[in-house]
Design a protein around this ligand. Structure first.
Ligand code: ATP
Length: 267
């Protein structure tokens, strides 16, 4: 992995205005304060923190869907002001177009870029092979399991070849077994494509298993509490095996303490 900065958040702050209504004045909810970090080319970084600490808000700011009040997000040193093809997004729900086959769903973003049909088809087929779905390309979303739908979703996001993948709890709606399979698959795919990825999760084991580094956010308002390096080499053994490593348990304990303990002093 290179140590070139792909994305940086520089003192990002956001306060939501909550409308009072019925004569009550509006109130203000500070959600993020002075959040700063760098993400290097090719790494997976997870963001963890207690519910409501601003993880999704941060990801949406990076996506360009929510405007922050202060600070900057930069991709390749360019300030983000709106959504763009340089950032691909994978949500918790696969949100595939139900009237399109798996392949046609993956081709969707390529159509918007006016890529010729033969090339689109070839690229979609390659990506479906990458996510292990060559056999299901002509199936419709309702014919696919939740795990398969999320694989299509991943292929669709990769199709536009974004500089960065933003993933917001993409596996949290799946059963435990499917989730572990997809976590391992994501690592395998990452070894192949080396895509810079920011991954939001509640699941500490998932964060440790997938990541090069983990950003722990403190809550109310969200701030970076600590950035933790994950020392395990690639390829990593399956998660159940890695859990047996004492360093894994130590990291887990430390993250748990950080999330539970009093918030960091606001910068
Ligand atoms: N558009 C909005 N308007 C007002 N408040 C909002 C808005 N979006 C989010 N919030 C509030 O901001 C806070 C942070 O929400 P956010 O979804 O970013 O947290 P999160 O860490 O992703 O939570 P979870 O882990 O539960 O998904 C919450 O209190 C939420 O209610």
């Amino acid at each position: 992995m290179e140590h070139r900065i792909k994305l940086s958040a520089e003192k990002v702050s956001k306060t939501f205005r909550i409308r009072g209504g019925g004569g009550t004045p509006d109130s203000f909810l500070p959600v993020l304060r002075n959040v700063s970090f760098d993400i290097f080319e090719g790494e997976i970084v997870s963001i963890i923190g207690e519910s409501g600490c601003g993880k999704t808000t941060l990801l949406r700011i990076i996506q360009g869907l929510i405007r922050h009040d202060a600070g900057d997000v930069k991709v390749d040193d360019k300030v983000v002001v709106k959504p763009g093809r340089d950032r691909g997004f994978v949500f918790q729900q696969a949100s595939l177009l139900p009237w399109r086959t798996a392949r046609a769903n993956v081709e969707f973003g390529l159509e918007l870029q006016n890529i010729p049909p033969a090339k689109r088809r070839e690229k979609a087929q390659d990506l479906l092979a990458l996510v292990g779905l060559s056999h299901a390309q002509e199936q419709f979303p309702h014919e696919l399991s939740g795990g398969m739908q999320q694989r299509v979703n991943l292929a669709r996001a990769l199709a536009i070849d974004p500089a960065i993948m933003l993933m917001d709890e993409p596996f949290s709606a799946l059963d435990a077994q499917t989730r572990e399979v997809l976590q391992a698959e994501l690592l395998r795919i990452q070894q192949e494509v080396g895509k810079t990825t920011i991954f939001v999760t509640h699941d500490l084991d998932e964060a440790i298993y997938l990541s090069n580094r983990v950003i722990v956010l403190a809550a109310k308002p969200g701030r970076v509490k600590e950035v933790i390096d994950i020392p395990f080499d690639h390829p990593r053994p399956p998660l159940p095996e890695l859990r047996g490593d004492p360093r894994f348990q130590e990291l887990r304990g430390r993250m748990w303490e950080l999330i539970r303990s009093a918030p960091a002093v606001a910068a």
